[in-house]
Design a protein around this ligand. Structure first.
Ligand SMILES: Nc1ncnc2c1ncn2[C@@H]1O[C@H](COP(=O)(O)OP(=O)(O)OP(=O)(O)O)[C@@H](O)[C@H]1O
Length: 445
C-alpha cells in the first residue's frame, strides 16, 4: 500500500445566491474525482494550468477544505472524514510548504518562535531547550545558520525564507510534505537552489513529496511520477520520463509543446499546438470529456457524451482519452486547432484569436524570444511561464549578499540550458561557498 492514496476525491464549492436565504444555486467543481498514489520516499508532481484545482486538491489532503466525496488515505487511515480530535495527530504527519514564503511567515515572530510553535502544539521536545536544539539541527540541514533563531522573516532573502518554510515543515517530522508552487515566487536563479535542496533533503531524510506546480520544468526535475490536471480531473499520469518522452493526452501534448527549449536549433524546429478557446468554468464544466471543447483530436463519437476513465496503456502510463491509443498510433488526424512553429516569425502569422494553452499567442512569442535570448546569453532556464516579478524576487535581486552566484553555476551545469531530469542542477563548490556566505550574511546584519 502507498503512503498516501487519494481515491475519487471531490471538492465542490457551493455557489450561494440571495441575501436572506443564501440559496445554493450551483457548485464550483474544483476537484472532481481524483485518484492517485504517492509512494513513500518518492515525489508525485501535480501539474496543470491556473484554476484547474491543484491548490484545492492539496488543501483537501490537509483538510484545510472539506472533502465533498472520496478518500484521503494516509498510511492506511482515511483522514478525509476523521473527527477533528482524531485528525490532530494526523495533521503533524501532513505538512505544507507554501508558495509565498513571506506571506506564510508571521512577520512579528522570530524564527525560533515560528518553528517551535508547531512543535509545542504537537508535543515535540520536552522543553524549549530541546526544541531549540532540534530547530538548529534542521536549520543546518536547510542551509541556514544557527544564529537565524533570533531573526525575523524580513531579514532574510526570498530563497532563505523558503528554506525557513521548509524547516517549519521538517521540524514536525511529517510523513508527507505538500509543496504548493514551492519556487514560483522566487527568482529563477534561486528556484534551482530550492529545488535541489528539496531533492537533497529527500535523499538524506527519506521524505515524501506531493509537489504542485504550473511549471513543467520544475515538476519534471523533481518528480518520480507526474499527474496532469485539467478542470478538476487527472487527464494523464505517468513516470516522469515517460510523460516527457511521449505525452499521450492531447492536453499534455499541447502543454509540452508550449515549453520553450533554450537551444536555438531545437527551438527553431519546435512546433506549438495551439488550442481553441479558454479554459471552461469549473462551475459549468462540459459534458463528456472535459477537454473535448478544446481538443484538436476531438471525434464525433464518445468525446462529447462520455467521460473517459484514466486507463493504463502500459507501464503505468495512464490516460483519460477515448482515443489515446489511436492518436499515439497516428491513426487519427487532428480535426481542429493549429500547429505552428514556436519561433517568432511563425507565431506572428497566427490568427490572434487563437488562444494557446498557457496564455496568449503573444506569450508564445515572448516564450520563444526569451528562450532564444537566454540560450544566447548561456543562462540557465528554469522557465517561468508566468514571468511575474514578486517582492521576494526583488529582494533577492536587490540583495548583493543573496546567493546570486548560484545562477551562473546552474548555467554552467546545464549544458543545454534547461533543467533536465537526467542532469540535476548542482551547485559547485564556489556556489556552495557563496550560498553559505549569503545565508549567513543577512542574519548577521
Ligand atoms: N473557496 C472557494 N470557493 C469557491 N470557489 C473556489 C474556492 N477556492 C477555489 N475555488 C475555485 O476552484 C477552482 C480551482 O482553484 P485552485 O486555486 O485550486 O486552482 P489552481 O489550479 O491551484 O490555480 P492557481 O494555480 O491559480 O492557484 C477555481 O475556479 C477557483 O476559483
Amino acid at each position: 500500500m502507498s503512503l498516501l492514496e487519494l481515491d475519487g476525491v471531490k471538492v465542490h464549492f457551493p455557489v450561494k445566491k440571495g441575501i436572506l436565504f443564501d440559496r445554493t444555486v450551483g457548485h464550483v467543481y474544483a476537484v472532481d474525482g481524483i485518484s492517485l498514489s504517492v509512494e513513500a520516499g518518492q515525489t508525485y508532481g501535480l501539474v496543470g494550468e491556473s484554476g484547474c484545482g491543484k491548490t484545492t486538491l492539496g488543501r483537501a489532503v490537509l483538510r484545510l477544505v472539506d472533502v465533498t466525496d472520496g478518500k484521503v488515505v494516509l498510511d492506511g487511515t482515511d483522514v478525509a472524514k476523521l473527527p477533528e480530535k482524531e485528525m490532530r495527530g494526523f495533521r503533524r504527519r501532513l505538512q505544507m510548504v507554501f508558495q509565498d514564503p513571506l506571506g506564510s511567515l508571521n512577520p512579528r515572530q522570530n524564527i525560533e518562535s515560528i518553528l517551535s510553535e508547531g512543535m509545542a502544539a504537537h508535543g515535540i521536545g520536552a522543553n524549549q531547550k530541546e526544541r531549540r536544539e532540534k530547530i538548529k539541527e534542521i536549520l543546518a540541514k536547510v542551509g541556514l545558520p544557527g544564529n537565524s533563531l533570533s531573526r525575523y522573516p524580513h531579514e532574510f532573502s526570498g530563497g532563505q525564507r523558503q528554506r525557513i518554510g521548509i524547516a517549519r515543515a521538517l521540524v514536525l517530522e511529517p510523513d508527507v510534505i505538500i509543496c504548493d508552487e514551492p519556487v514560483s515566487a522566487l527568482d529563477v536563479s534561486i528556484q534551482a537552489q530550492v529545488i535541489n535542496l528539496l531533492e537533497e533533503l529527500q535523499e538524506s531524510m527519506g521524505l515524501t513529496y506531493l509537489v504542485i506546480a504550473h511549471d513543467l520544468a520544475v515538476v519534471r526535475h523533481i518528480s518520480d511520477v507526474i499527474g496532469v490536471m485539467y478542470l478538476g480531473s487527472l487527464v494523464e499520469e505517468a513516470p516522469s520520463d515517460a510523460l516527457y518522452e511521449e505525452p499521450k493526452h492531447p492536453y499534455t501534448k499541447a502543454l509540452m509543446s508550449a515549453v520553450p527549449v533554450p537551444d536555438p536549433e531545437v527551438e527553431d524546429r519546435r512546433e506549438r499546438i495551439l488550442l481553441l478557446g479558454d479554459l471552461p468554468s469549473p462551475a459549468n464544466p462540459p459534458a463528456g470529456c472535459r477537454f473535448h471543447t478544446r481538443c484538436p483530436w476531438k471525434q464525433d463519437t464518445l468525446c462529447a457524451t462520455e467521460r473517459p476513465e484514466l486507463t493504463d496503456l502500459g507501464g503505468g502510463h495512464k490516460v483519460a482519452c477515448h482515443f489515446a491509443a489511436e492518436i499515439a498510433a497516428g491513426e487519427i488526424a487532428r480535426t481542429s486547432g493549429e500547429v505552428v512553429p514556436a519561433v517568432r516569425e511563425g507565431v506572428e502569422d497566427v490568427d490572434p484569436e487563437v488562444v494557446a494553452t498557457s496564455g496568449s499567442v503573444a506569450e508564445a512569442h515572448d516564450d520563444a524570444a526569451e528562450a532564444a535570448d537566454a540560450a544566447e546569453a548561456g543562462e540557465i532556464a528554469v522557465p517561468s511561464p508566468r514571468g511575474e516579478s514578486t517582492d521576494a524576487e526583488a529582494h533577492d535581486a536587490a540583495d548583493p549578499e543573496a546567493p546570486a552566484g548560484a545562477a551562473d553555476g546552474d548555467a554552467a551545469e546545464a549544458s543545454d540550458g534547461k533543467l533536465d531530469k537526467d542532469e540535476p542542477v548542482r551547485l559547485d563548490k564556489e556556489d556552495e561557498a557563496s550560498e553559505g556566505k549569503a545565508s549567513e550574511a543577512p542574519a548577521g546584519k
